[in-house]
Design a protein around this ligand. Structure first.
Ligand code: G6P
Length: 609
């Protein structure tokens, strides 16, 4: 969840580190710091709060040197403070760390007995002292790092530097991503490829247990035992510009507007219209395998879990296969009854969410196959799955997920088509009709984005309210959950999503004229039931904002706000309803002056439990 950068080359390290940290700030932002080797000595500068504070400090107290490491922190052990900020140091080494050292207390007692004095409340500092212990015993830096991490339980991405090895950085990973970038005269290391894209696209993804010895001109990777391993150099196709705001006031708004492209890119080249089929070459399972699957389990967290809930409706209705959807953190600890014959579908934007990874590992350990829907190419989840369906929506920087969600829905539309066709529950003709609907989505989304003013008008009326309720039924129930999640994440308004039919079993007690209720009411087979719920809300004087499909005549008269989406197939409606709900959350948050791209206490990628 924190961000790591490192540089070794022939340029001044500080500007490169700060630029990399700025790209990673979204991963964690309560404090930051750098360490630079200058005239044979390593100096550390750290500061609390936004990166701007560190930038200011480094202007006042310059550091010159061509080797350095940097970090942005999101507190796990110990409050946000300068002492707890990274880099952490021991006598002979300095390091930055992402992840959690689970046995740090036990290690700390041992190190204290050896005479080490702790400066911070972090779990990270134990690793610095452990490495120092082995360096003091005469081990070279890379070996000392390997010895130290062998004692560690938990997860880590580490970058270590030492005055005793002034021409190298050592990187090690287990459970947290770490990537090395190369040019002819320099090497970069970071927890996310975005941090180095301005300098290089030639990267090496480290695997679990890898330790890399990074010099200016060469990189050697070894396993935990010190045996050399070969890791390919991969070319990254994302360019740095695609991770910038392109003129929008916030990344979130830019990403909302990128959705037509993201949906198109996710579909591109993945279907054969003539055959009425999806074409998913990396899915890892043959048609025969899919035909044999007895049950699908979807696991995910946050917004990705909402995509999974939509996926259940799609797969059950189109492919007639039972689907169970679980929150990954629940699935992993309840000894789930998954096994051979079952398929686990893990959904994750980052591909690094700790609970989702653990759920996929658990499923595979029990004999199930795991396929993932992931956005970040080369992420741990993608690499550990039997097959993968990438969402190709480009880097998502806004902490609140938007384009990744609609790209996940798109991937699920394709996957449901694929499974339905190979299992024979959909004919080629129906497959074609389905594809006809899918290919129209980008332009329909474009049309909705052009009507932002209507949503701004609604946002202006209700942005001062303190509670919101979102209601939906069937396949739009998860969209009600997502609408509420978006609003609470970025505007800090309490918002709940509910299945409309459940409203009478609790939330109705809260409803009064101060609680706007957002109702998704497409003209599907559940329309009349939803309208009844809406009338019950109205009777309690709550302002009602309805999201309906074209042709709706009645609800406009009773609603206090209305937004109409095009009349599409009921299974396509969820992706279209999502767009105005994202815009509603965004504009309410902006009107309330909230920090849209970096909401308090949230992180883009939750790589610890
Ligand atoms: C965090 C993010 C959410 C995201 C969730 C799952 O909570 O703030 O936006 O939906 O993690 O992340 P993933 O990368 O697995 O989709």
């Amino acid at each position: 969840m924190c961000g790591i950068v490192g540089y070794i080359g022939d340029q001044h390290a500080v500007p490169i580190l700060l630029e990399g940290l700025a790209k990673l700030e979204y991963r964690g932002y309560d404090s930051s710091g750098v360490a630079v080797l200058q005239d044979g000595m390593i100096t550390v500068r750290r500061s609390v709060g936004k990166l701007a504070n560190l930038q200011k400090l480094l202007k006042e107290q310059e550091l010159k040197g061509t080797i350095g490491i940097g970090h942005t922190r999101w507190a796990t052990h110990g409050k946000p403070s300068e002492q707890n900020a990274h880099p952490h140091r021991s006598k002979s080494c300095v390091l930055v760390h992402n992840g959690i050292i689970e046995n740090y207390q036990e290690l700390k007692y041992g190190l204290e007995r050896d005479g080490y004095k702790f400066q911070s409340e972090t779990d990270t500092e134990v690793v610095a002292h452990l490495i120092d212990k082995y360096l003091t015993k005469g081990q070279p830096l890379a070996e000392a790092v390997r010895s130290a991490v062998r004692e560690v339980r938990g997860s880590y991405a580490l970058v270590v530097m030492s005055e005793q090895a002034p021409e190298t950085l050592i990187a090690a990973r287990s459970g947290c991503p770490l990537i090395i970038g190369r040019t002819e005269r320099a090497a970069y290391v970071a927890s996310d490829v975005i941090a180095m894209l301005a300098h290089t696209r030639d990267v090496i993804y480290l695997n679990e247990g890898d330790v890399a010895i990074i010099g200016r001109e060469n990189v050697t990777v070894v396993d935990i035992e010190g045996r050399p391993v070969s890791r390919p150099l991969t070319r990254v196709t994302w360019d740095a510009a695609s991770a910038e705001k392109s003129g929008y006031p916030h990344f979130m708004l830019k990403e909302i507007h990128e959705q037509p492209q993201a949906i198109l890119d996710t579909m591109r080249g993945r279907y054969s219209y003539e055959a009425g089929e999806a074409d998913l070459p990396d899915i890892g399972l043959t048609p025969r395998d899919f035909a044999d699957v007895e049950r699908i389990w979807i696991v995910a967290c946050g917004t990705s879990w909402h995509a999974g809930l939509v996926g259940k409706y799609l797969l059950e209705e189109l492919a007639r296969i039972p689907v169970q959807v679980d929150i990954a953190s629940e699935f992993r600890y309840r000894d789930p009854l998954i096994g051979k014959g079952d398929l686990l579908l893990a959904i994750s934007q980052s591909g690094e969410t700790a609970d989702t990874l653990a759920a996929a590992r658990e499923a595979r350990a029990k004999g199930a196959r795991a396929v993932s829907i992931v956005n970040v190419v080369g992420s741990t989840l993608a690499r550990e799955s039997d097959g993968v369906l990438y969402t190709h929506c480009g880097p998502e920087i806004g902490v609140a997920s938007t384009k990744a969600f609609t790209a996940q829905l798109t991937a699920l539309y394709l996957l449901a088509l694929h499974v339905a066709r190979v299992r024979g529950t959909m004919t080629a003709v129906d497959g074609k009709a389905w594809l006809d609907r899918l290919v129209r989505i980008p332009s329909l989304v474009e049309g909705l984005l052009g009507r932002e003013a209507e949503i701004i008008a609604i946002a202006k009326r209700y942005h001062k309210k303190r509670n919101f309720l979102f209601l939906g039924r069937g396949i739009n129930y998860p969209i009600a959950l997502e609408g509420a999640l978006k609003l609470k994440e970025i505007s800090y308004i309490h918002a709940e999503g509910y299945a409309a039919g459940e409203m009478k079993h609790g939330p109705i007690a809260l409803i009064d004229k101060e609680m706007p209720v957002v109702v998704l009411a497409p003209r599907d087979r559940l329309y009349e039931k939803t309208v009844s719920n809406l009338m019950e809300v109205k009777a309690r004087r709550a302002p009602v904002i309805v999201f309906v499909v074209e042709g709706e005549r009645d609800l406009g008269k009773v609603a206090d706000g209305i937004f109409t989406i095009p009349d599409v197939h009921p299974l396509i409606a969820p992706i279209l309803f999502t767009i105005p709900l994202q815009l509603l959350a965004y504009h309410v948050a902006v009107l309330r002056g909230a920090d849209v791209d970096q909401p308090r206490n949230l992180a883009k990628s939750v790589t610890v439990e």
